[in-house]
Design a binder for this molecule. Sequence first.
Ligand SMILES: [Cu+2]
Length: 348
Amino acid sequence: MKFGKNASAVSQSVKAAGLSLASVLAVAAMPAIAQDAAASAVETAAAGSYTPMKPTEGVGMPVPEGLGLQTQYSKLGEYGAWIHNDVLLPIITVITLLVLVLLIVVMVRYNRRANPVPSKTSHNTLIEVIWTLVPVLILIGIAVPSIDLIAKQYKPAPKGSLTIKVTGNQWFWTYGYPDNGDFEVVSNMLNVPGQPTINNGVREVGSEPWDGPSHLEVDNRMVVPVGEPIRLQITASDVIHSFAVPSLWFKLDAVPGRINEKVMMIDKPGVYYGQCSELCGAKHGYMPIAIEALPRDKYDAWVLTHAGGTIDNPKASGTETDYLPGEEPAGAAPAADASAAPAAAAAE
Ligand SMILES: [Cu+2]
């Protein structure tokens, strides 16, 4: 943690000096830092270099005239999309066509002209058993993967996963990084050229080369490491919001006074867009979500661009830790030193 503290102290000066200087020095400085945690101030500062990623057209965002679900970039999303596209839609289609055919048969064969003397049949045990059993079997067939998906979605993040705190506000999102020195990122929608200003003091979309679609791009994205389970703790500061990212199969309400938790794991580096999905007031439509998933080393570099930013242990990457359950938040950031952990446990 010596390295992280050192870097964090210096990252404030990066802000002052401007990130462009840091990025110029970054490439040269990286190896030096790896070797020596006590590298000189300028070099350490340069470790925190970051240029936002340019999103790929059509990835992690809606597409013109798109039908159906967005392409999924998480395992749960692929599973959910499979249930929707390959289980539910075929069943719905077959049932709808069957009912349509039955209606047409009845209309053609049993109308008053074709069938003037109707049958007085009122019961048929075999048919009644069939039309009870078949729907029951169909429902069971749907329930098995559905309940399995629900159970998988709400499985808690593994012990030691990186925790990020998401807060919905009227009308922007804030992202807290308790495991990385507890800095906070404020994320506002970019203004749209030629349209009324939504957020004063925020630049216009398209003014940087990495900007994504208007109404979805933000000034500061929520940056996360790719391929790791991330524990998202979601709340709100004023009214109910909802944190929803379609291409990651993620939607969870942000409720004031309560923390909702769900694991997020992204398969591929990229930028993924979403929107607040709970009507939350006048500018509900102007609080998009932009998540940038980066490889671990780039994520760490991004963390170091923040005042107080420290590298967390890549705890969730399969390595066991000695945190007790429920102790993870205390084990975050500087206290994560082996010597500090028992002290934190004793304090509780
Ligand atoms: Cu909202």
